[in-house]
Design a protein around this ligand. Structure first.
Ligand code: PLP
Length: 427
């Protein structure tokens, strides 16, 4: 039976530190170089989609309507690609605009259009309305926060719960402050917590009363089909709830095949009401003549339909699941019962969200670095890179090999224990 660190006497903590230091120094001597920082698919996962590179040939580059994808045109995307994304997201093809090779650019463009032109013809550009704010469920995705920072949009932290963002706080802020123009959401297997918004949460978001008429929800469905287990989370379709209501135009959804096919070389889409789609196209029309339709056709030919994607994702899961298990097993066996941390057990997505004893995450990051293990920058999961509790660490198990991951986790758990013992002793 392990003893909780919080119940240890000072001499017991001192002895623990001595033995942990020895274990840590032994790891340092190994000169490891391991990376658990970014949620990148491994080479083995990328190989799953290799056939896509040969699925298309010069003499067979026509869409179902006979359009040659090698040429300019079809701004909103080829019909079969819009239908493919629509099926995957349970919307109509008319609600889909195909974007470029990754979704972050689609999000950034949506933000820029709102800043410069306003969300529709009746609204003032956000950039002309003085200080504007975004609600940021945190921990969240660092690149969402980076976009806001880049565009001088003030960010407000919203606590994450087991059911998604703290909706009492969201409702209060959105209803009372007309400078709150947007909210980031990663509704399925959120980055990094792996939380899927409950039906109640999605309903409350769909029903939001917003003081700003031009308030928009940025619904980044990056992990829409990224299940790890046979008992996947279910996310209800927000558009089924907003269609025909006062909030019909409130939601901008984004998806991509980044972690389905090739990150940075997949297909992406903007999904919204028909009014928002028309508004977006009226600007995109000047931005480009058309996106990469060769890639769109390649994806449709390779996957066929949404079921094809779901089958493919099972192959990803069979590579990813053992890696998540290595992480969770290491945490359970080495940290369980010590009262030094908590961690989530996601059913999908790309991360294990780890909550160290408050005030120790930065120290853990430093210790890991000293022993050759790179973690996502501690704090990066919060707006402005500041975790108010200095606690959350995003563990990304996908990229390292299983052997590397085991080695990295051995270092990680020592660092967590050491940082916690030091912290308790400093009190
Ligand atoms: N959105 C979220 C929540 C992510 O976690 C990621 C990648 O980690 C992305 C978007 C990136 O998507 P893309 O490669 O399509 O730009």
């Amino acid at each position: 039976m392990k003893k909780s660190y919080k119940t240890m006497t000072r001499p017991e903590l001192e002895a623990e530190i001595v033995s942990l230091r020895a274990a840590y120094d032994a790891k340092v001597k190994k000169g490891l170089k391991l990376d658990m920082s970014r949620g990148k698919p491994s080479t083995e996962q990328l190989d799953l989609s290799n056939e896509m590179l040969t699925v298309l040939h010069g003499d067979d580059c026509k869409t179902e309507t006979g359009f040659d994808v090698r040429n300019y045109g079809v701004l909103a995307g080829i019909p079969e690609a819009r239908r493919f994304i629509a099926e995957l997201c349970s919307v109509s093809p008319e609600n889909v605009i195909m974007g470029g090779s990754a979704s972050l650019e689609v999000m950034y463009n949506a933000l820029m259009r709102a800043m410069i032109f306003g969300v529709d013809k009746e609204s003032e550009p956000w950039a002309k309305q003085g200080k504007i704010k975004f609600l940021c469920p945190a921990p969240g995705y660092d690149r969402h926060f980076g976009m806001c920072q880049d565009l001088c949009i003030e960010m407000i932290n919203i606590k994450m719960t087991d059911e998604g963002p703290d909706m009492d706080e969201v409702e209060r802020l959105v209803a009372s402050d007309s400078s709150v123009k947007g909210m980031w959401c990663v509704p399925k297997y959120s980055n990094p917590d792996g939380v899927t918004y409950s039906e109640k949460t999605v309903r409350r978001i769909a029903d939001l009363d917003h003081a700003a008429p031009d308030f928009r929800v940025f619904w980044d469905n990056a992990y829409i089909v990224h299940d790890l287990t046979d008992t996947p989370d279910e996310l209800i379709n927000i558009f089924d709830l907003t269609r025909g209501t006062k909030n019909e135009d409130m939601v901008y959804m984004f998806v991509s095949t980044a972690k389905i096919s090739f990150p940075g070389a997949g297909i992406s889409a903007f999904i919204s009401s028909e009014k928002n789609v028309a508004e977006a196209l009226s600007h995109i029309n000047f931005q480009t003549i058309s996106y990469d339709k060769i890639n769109q056709l390649r994806h449709v030919r390779y996957f066929g339909n949404a079921d094809g994607v779901r089958e493919h994702m099972k192959r990803h899961a069979s590579i990813l699941y053992p890696k998540f298990k290595i992480v969770l097993d290491a945490l359970d066996s080495e940290l369980g019962g010590l009262d030094v941390a908590e961690w989530r057990r996601p059913n999908g997505g790309y991360f294990v969200s780890f909550y160290a004893m408050p005030g120790t995450a930065k120290r853990i990051g430093e210790l890991c670095k000293g022993a050759g293990v790179t973690l996502t920058s501690v704090g990066a999961t919060y707006p402005y890179g500041v975790d108010p509790d200095d606690s959350n660490i995003r563990i990304a198990p996908s990229y390292p090999t299983t052997e590397e991951l085991k080695a990295a986790m051995e270092v990680f758990v020592i660092c967590v224990r050491l940082a916690a013992a030091e912290k308790l002793l400093s009190k």
